[in-house]
Design a protein around this ligand. Structure first.
Ligand SMILES: *Cc1c(COP(=O)(O)O)cnc(C)c1O
Length: 491
């Protein structure tokens, strides 16, 4: 078929109802975001009317521009309410300040920029390092890449998957701008030894960020619900900043997070101001310029509606779902839960003859997907086993028993399938490739080999692709995946 050299433009205008109907039908192939069968990416409080409230609050503020709070003063009021609530929940003292951002990645980017600029201006550090446990979220590596910093990665304890406080302390140098701990880590759901890491940072006069993106809005409520949660927040001596996502266990719609700092003097390094152009004087606290106040308003409405009592009850439901899941997983032959996960996040691997079996694990994920469940595959890394990750929400409480039943069936089905293997010759060849020197055709050839080529879209079963990816060195993996995603976003 001859291809049209002109990209498709806009069609003629159509009635609103038709356009909305088209949007709804486009969602047909997506994973469900409600109902508790998608165990990553989505957070379902299971509360009637919450989605409608968020949508109505968004609509009320959709046309307001958060760029200028002097023209739209209610934007500052809403943001101060949210930041104040986060500070009160997360151990902020009287001097704590913060910002509302578009998500965890932006909160982290800003905290890292703040630390870089603080180290530069107050400590004279010209080549700043970012000190991370190996389980720190990828967003920190993104921040280091964007901001020209050197990430220094410290392996975590291979048994508990928690950051190694002593090794972290030993890795602090005069160039360290920021030390990071997670509460909990996304990958395994375990809480790092925040107090020890923050104390070591403080001893050396270095800032310490707690990534509570996923835990910040649930750990304090789990504590209120009677769970034993170690100190992890701004009340811990030495912790100087913290990120918490409202679009995770705050159950706000996506595009809602808060970054907190011990005081306004530190937060000042986050702000960007520019008066050297003929336009309006610019002060951007966060990354975006023009920004919808709708996201702020929906988060504000959701938090106020659910309230302290509501979040405590929701946290208890997440804990109940997690307990039931963990009990079931621990009773299932060859299933091994990684570490001691705090409520809400669970990662497990599967063994054959006592060792992690990647092929079986990925077959299991595919089998579960065929049964209508999404569990998130995570590949092996630096001696840590590949695993399936589950994020539990209140809506999953009623699904856990069905999930465990299907898991047993899916595991038998996965065992009956031929193992997926990687040709050792190919793995060796791939390991010798220089990803930065690969041209588009070579990358396309490798992708085609992996089953990700051409216009075929995503393969129904992901095990063959992921087994190959797992065997490749990180930089090559990154190069291939970049090309692959670029091939999806292609007009
Ligand atoms: C989700 C998450 C992030 C990144 O946040 P986004 O909202 O996806 O940008 C960072 N750290 C942890 C621990 C997270 O769970």
């Amino acid at each position: 078929m001859p291809t049209d050299p002109t990209p498709p433009g806009l069609p003629q205008g159509r009635p609103a109802a038709d356009v909305l109907a088209e949007l709804r039908s486009l969602r047909g192939a997506d994973a469900p975001t409600r109902g508790g069968r998608t165990f990553a990416y989505v957070y379902d409080a299971g509360l009637d009317g919450l989605d409608e409230l968020a949508a109505a609050a968004y609509t009320a503020y959709a046309t307001v521009n958060g760029l200028d709070m002097t023209v739209f003063p209610s934007v500052a009021r809403l943001e101060n309410d949210l930041v104040g609530a986060a500070a009160a929940l997360l151990g902020g003292g009287p001097d704590v300040q913060g910002s509302f951002t578009s998500g965890g990645t932006e909160s982290i980017l800003l905290a890292v920029k703040t630390a870089r600029d603080q180290a530069r201006s107050e400590r004279g550090v010209t080549e700043p390092q970012l000190l991370l446990p190996s389980t720190a979220h990828a967003a920190f590596h993104k921040a280091a890449a964007y901001l020209g910093m050197e990430p220094v990665v410290v392996p975590v304890d291979p048994v508990t998957y928690r950051a190694d406080a002593a090794a972290t302390a030993a890795a602090i140098t005069p160039r360290t701008a920021l030390v990071v701990a997670s509460a909990p880590s996304y990958a395994h759901g375990v809480i790092d030894p925040v107090a020890e890491i923050a104390a070591a940072a403080a001893d050396r006069g270095v800032l310490c960020h707690v990534d509570a993106c996923i835990g910040g809005w649930i750990l304090p409520y789990l504590r209120r619900a009677g769970r034993d949660i170690p100190p992890f927040d701004l009340s811990v001596p030495g912790v100087t900043s913290l990120s918490v996502d409202l679009h995770k266990y705050g159950y706000a719609d996506k595009g809602a997070s808060v970054v907190l700092y011990r005081d306004a003097g530190l937060r000042r390094h986050q702000y960007f101001a520019h008066a050297g152009w003929p336009g309006y004087p610019v002060v951007n606290p966060t990354v975006q310029g023009t920004k919808s106040a709708g996201l702020l308003a929906q988060a504000w409405a959701v938090l106020r509606h659910v309230g302290e009592d509501g979040y405590t009850g929701l946290a208890a439901r997440v804990a109940e779902a997690t307990d039931r899941l963990l009990a079931g997983l621990r009773k299932t032959d060859d299933v091994h839960v990684l570490g001691d996960p705090s409520a809400g996040l669970v990662a497990f691997t599967v063994h054959t003859s006592g060792v992690p079996d990647l092929s079986l694990l990925l077959h299991l994920a595919d089998e579960m997907r065929e049964r209508g469940w999404y569990l998130q595959p995570q590949l092996s890394f630096d001696g840590l086993p590949p695993n399936l990750h589950l994020t539990l929400t209140p809506a999953t409480v009623g699904q856990v028993d069905a999930l465990l039943t299907d898991l047993t069936g899916a595991l038998s089905a996965a065992r009956a399938l031929p193992p997926v293997t990687v040709d050792p010759g190919l793995a060796e060849l791939a390991a010798g490739l220089d990803p930065s020197a690969l041209g588009p055709e070579e990358v396309a050839a490798v992708l085609a080999f992996a089953g990700l080529g051409g216009d075929a879209g995503l393969p129904a079963r992901t095990a063959p692709v992921l087994v190959l990816l797992d065997a490749l060195p990180g930089p090559l993996k990154e190069r291939l995946l970049t090309e692959f995603v670029g091939s999806i976003f292609r007009i």
